[in-house]
Design a protein around this ligand. Structure first.
Ligand code: BGC
Length: 494
């Protein structure tokens, strides 16, 4: 009797201490990827050319190692192995993106590629067979070049071109896909795309990025409304977009006002119109840019105003918040004549510099600070500022240039960030899942293959693009199966 009692007590005690580190049963563990970064097959069958195809082929010098995504991880052929890896990792969520020009070779719905259609059908069905929920990004930076030739995201007609594309996507896959992201990081599309950092690799920071900014907001909103009215009643899915949020802190209390402006500028411009109660542009930055435009001698506002009708159209078009978070930065006023590049090292028009806190460690590049607490601050800020009731972490990951598999720093990064997610959950912030960026090393945009973020290492010199799990993958797979935050494993120094 006493022994039985002791046994029961011990079991209960173990369960109880485990319980503290447990994630809620509904919490999703995922990994993410994006079409251009992994698929390859850039001209397979009838696939159209994308802006990234055009950039890497006509201007290889724009890519750090002169490489391209023509083959990348060859997921166009190796998608079954990708699903197997998702299964090895114990994922319940896999985020991937659909390549618009693969599905619609002309950019328009006049031709739907059979090959493209089947590729994504196979991927979705394969994931579902393994019990893995697909989280589908409809646009992750690879625009049909045919549409770029007509002005791309700076042309207001793109709002309807995008909605037409989205309708095809929903009509093909909404019966099985329940979680959708219309756009990945509009900051990358607009601010980086019009500042020689991303395709279309244009240099038009005064106008292009702001015209793009308004058009992406409207394209997202109209698409959300199509789903909400036509597909939600049938399939009960959820639609949002994913936005990049670096956690910004003032270097000194005097820098608080500037920091708030930085947040509105780099982040609020893509979020406030959708998630704030009042809608529209964030007021302080709208005012700032109006004055800045006048100073530069432009008669019209740089940031195109929303009409009242447009404001209403965009406001509230979300079912959850999709957060991409990697790093944190300190904000301080630039010294007279100080030179720095943006967006990672400062914001020229605001006259501010971003730097690291002396206590924060840094990863491969010094803009990438290791400050896991920044994630909790960010989650609190989002809840407080926008009152969002559900946050899905759509990207979080560690960058290095190490090609081996003993990636202890990445492993530590995952543990430390998941710890912050648990703290957020304990505070009542409803984080419904964590999606690690990324499943495997891939084409890291203008950095080519010089840096990586993968749970799996990929041998890019091997025609089979062999994928090998790293230490981080092993750890993450234990976490997903235990559904709990696990301590760091003993480090094998051999
Ligand atoms: C993007 C990914 C990118 C990752 C790491 C995110 O901004 O969505 O495509 O690879 O960050 O830089």
């Amino acid at each position: 009797m006493a022994i039985t009692y002791l046994l029961v007590f011990c079991l209960a005690a173990t369960a109880c201490s485990c319980q503290e580190n447990k994630f809620p049963p509904w919490f999703l563990f995922g990994a993410a990827s994006a079409s251009y970064q992994i698929e390859g097959g850039w001209n397979a069958h009838d696939k159209g050319e994308s802006t990234w195809d055009r950039l890497v082929h006509t201007n290889p010098a724009a890519i750090e190692d002169g490489s391209n995504g023509d083959v990348a991880c060859d997921s166009y052929h190796l998608w079954m192995r990708d699903i197997e890896m998702a299964e090895e990792l114990g994922l319940t969520l896999y985020r991937f993106s659909i390549s618009w020009p693969r599905l619609l070779p002309t950019g328009y719905p006049n031709i739907i590629s059979e090959d493209g259609k089947n590729y994504y059908n196979n991927l979705i069905d394969g994931l579902l067979e393994k019990g893995i929920e697909p989280l589908v990004t409809m646009y992750h930076f690879d625009l049909p070049q045919s549409l770029q030739d007509l002005g791309g995201w700076a042309n207001p007609l793109i709002i309807d071109w995008y909605v037409d594309y989205a309708r095809v996507v929903f009509s093909l896959y909404a019966d099985r896909v329940k979680l959708w992201l219309t756009l990945n990081e509009p900051f990358g599309i607009c601010d980086a795309g019009y500042n020689l950092q991303h395709a279309p690799y244009l240099n038009n920071t005064d106008f292009g990025r702001f015209m793009c900014n308004k058009n992406v907001m409207l394209a997202h909103a109209k698409t959300w409304r199509v789903y909400d009215e036509e597909y939600k009643p049938l399939y009960h899915g959820k639609v949002s977009l994913s936005t990049l949020f670096i956690w910004y802190e003032p270097a000194t209390p005097e820098d608080q006002e500037l920091t708030d402006l930085v947040i509105e500028h780099w982040e609020g411009r893509y979020v406030h119109p959708i998630f704030s109660k009042e809608g529209g542009w964030p007021p302080a930055i709208e005012k700032f840019l109006l004055e800045d435009g006048k100073k530069k001698g432009y008669p019209n506002p740089l940031l195109p105003p929303f009409t009242d009708e447009e404001k209403e159209l965009v406001r509230g078009t979300y079912d959850f918040y999709g957060l991409n978070h990697y790093s944190s930065r300190l904000v301080r006023k630039a010294k007279p004549g100080e030179v720095f590049s943006w967006p990672y090292y400062g914001s020229p028009e605001l006259g501010v510099v971003f730097e690291n806190h002396p206590d924060w460690k840094q990863a491969a590049l010094n803009w990438f600070a290791l400050y896991p607490e920044g994630l909790l601050h960010q989650l609190r800020w989002l809840k407080k500022t926008y009152g969002v009731e559900e946050i899905l972490i759509t990207e979080n990951g560690y960058m290095d240039s190490y090609k081996g598999t003993d990636d202890w720093e990445r492993l530590g990064y995952i543990r430390d960030n998941l710890e912050q997610v648990q703290l957020a959950l304990q505070e009542g912030i409803n984080v419904t899942g964590y999606t690690h960026w990324t499943l495997m090393d891939n084409f890291e945009w203008t950095s080519g293959y010089t840096v990586n973020f993968g749970l799996y290492a990929v041998d890019f010199s091997d025609p089979n693009r062999t994928r090998t799990p790293r230490e981080s993958a092993k750890y993450y797979s234990q976490v997903t199966r235990a559904h709990a935050l696990l301590p760091l494993p003993p480090r094998d120094e051999a």
